[in-house]
Design a protein around this ligand. Structure first.
Ligand SMILES: Nc1ncnc2c1ncn2[C@@H]1O[C@H](COP(=O)(O)OP(=O)(O)OP(=O)(O)O)[C@@H](O)[C@H]1O
Length: 303
C-alpha cells in the first residue's frame, strides 16, 4: 500500500461504455454470468447498479475495474480498455478490499491513512476523517465493524479517483455515516467531474442521489437510463394497472407507492424478475462467490 506520487487524471470525467459484453466463468460446465450487456453512462454520472442476488453486478464491476479479461472492445472507461491498460484513476471497492486483513491488525488510523497517500492528499484525508467521523486515536483491532468500515472508506477514497466502482460497501455504516458518505460522493462528482457506479441493495436514503440506473436481470442489462426516465415508465405502468383494476371494480386499487419512489421502483423490478423467473431450483453450474480466486485474472471468456 505504498503511496503513489502521480495523481490520476481528473480533468476529464470519463464516460463508461459497455457494448455486447458476454462473460462466462471458466467452470465445468461453463457458467454464463453476463450476456450481451450494453449500456452507456455519461461523465459525472452517479449510477445505481440494481439487480437481485446473482444478477451479475459484481462480475460487471470487476470487469469494469480491469480485474478480469473481457473481450476486446466491449468495455471502454474514458475511452480505454481497463484490462489492457490497468486503469489509472479507477478505484474499485468491493469484497476483496473489504476483507483486506490489514484493517484488523493492531495498527493506528493515521498509520493506515499515511500508507495509502494520506500525507500526499492531506486536505482530502482530513475532510474524509471529518465526514466519516473517524477518531484518529482508534486502534484497528479494537473497533466495531462500522468503525472499521469508516476507516476503510477513508483509505479507499483518499487518493483522488476519476471513476469509483462501489460494490455494496456501506452495509456496516449507520444511517448518518452512510448519508454523509453519499453526500461526499455527490459533491465529488460535481466538484471534480468524476463518475460513480454503486451496486447496492439498500435503497434507504438514496432518494435524489443517483442520476442514472442500470437494471440487471439474470446476467443481462434489462434497462438503463436516467432515474427520471425509468421512474416515469414505472409510474405510468402502475397507474395503468391501477386504472384497469378500478375499471374492473376491484376495491383495492392502491398497488402503488408504498415507500420512497426509488424503493418502489426497485421493488417493482425485483418482483417482476421474480414472477418471470419463478422460485430458484437447483441450477446447474452455480458456484459460490470467490471460487475463482482474487485479483487480476485471465480466466473469463467472452462470446
Ligand atoms: N466465482 C464464480 N464462479 C462461477 N460462477 C460464478 C462465480 N461468481 C459468480 N458466478 C455466477 O455469476 C452470477 C452472477 O454473480 P455476481 O456475483 O456477479 O452477482 P451479483 O449481482 O453481484 O449478486 P449479489 O447481489 O448476490 O452480490 C451468479 O449467479 C453465478 O451464476
Amino acid at each position: 500500500m505504498a503511496p503513489t506520487s502521480t495523481p490520476p487524471p481528473t480533468s476529464t470525467a470519463p464516460a463508461i461504455s459497455v457494448t455486447n459484453l458476454t462473460y462466462t466463468f471458466p467452470t465445468t460446465p461453463p457458467t454464463p454470468s453476463l450476456t450481451n450487456v450494453t449500456f452507456h453512462l455519461p461523465p459525472s454520472s452517479r449510477t445505481l447498479l440494481i439487480g437481485a442476488n446473482g444478477a451479475g453486478k459484481t462480475t460487471l464491476l470487476r470487469l469494469l475495474s480491469g480485474k478480469k479479461l473481457c473481450p476486446s472492445g466491449t468495455i471502454l472507461v474514458g475511452g480505454v480498455d481497463p484490462f489492457a491498460t490497468g486503469l489509472e484513476g479507477v478505484s474499485y471497492l468491493g469484497l476483496e478490499w473489504v476483507l483486506n486483513p490489514i484493517v484488523r491488525h493492531d495498527i493506528g488510523v493515521s498509520e493506515l491513512l499515511d500508507s495509502v497517500g494520506g500525507q500526499a492528499w492531506r486536505a482530502r484525508r482530513d475532510e474524509l476523517v471529518r465526514i466519516l467521523d473517524v477518531d484518529e486515536g482508534w486502534r484497528m483491532n479494537r473497533v466495531s465493524d462500522g468503525e472499521r468500515r469508516r476507516v476503510q472508506l477513508c483509505m479507499g477514497l483518499v487518493r483522488p479517483w476519476a471513476v469509483l466502482l462501489l460494490d455494496e460497501v456501506t452495509v456496516d455504516l449507520d444511517v448518518l455515516a452512510r448519508s454523509r458518505f453519499l453526500g461526499f460522493l455527490h459533491g465529488e462528482t460535481l466538484a471534480r467531474q468524476c463518475t460513480v457506479v454503486y451496486a447496492t441493495h439498500i435503497m434507504d436514503g438514496l432518494e435524489g442521489w443517483p442520476t442514472h440506473i442500470v437494471r440487471m436481470t439474470l446476467g443481462r442489462v434489462r434497462q438503463f437510463g436516467t432515474v427520471e426516465e425509468l421512474s416515469l415508465q414505472v409510474r405510468r405502468a402502475r397507474e395503468m394497472a391501477d386504472r384497469e383494476r378500478w375499471e374492473r371494480g376491484e376495491v383495492d386499487i392502491w398497488g402503488g407507492w408504498r415507500n420512497s419512489a426509488l424503493l418502489d421502483l426497485v421493488l417493482g423490478w425485483l418482483e417482476e424478475d421474480f414472477r418471470e423467473r419463478g422460485p430458484r431450483g437447483p441450477r446447474g453450474g452455480l458456484r459460490a462467490k470467490g471460487e475463482d480466486g482474487e485479483g487480476k485474472e485471465e480466466g473469463g471468456r467472452g462470446g
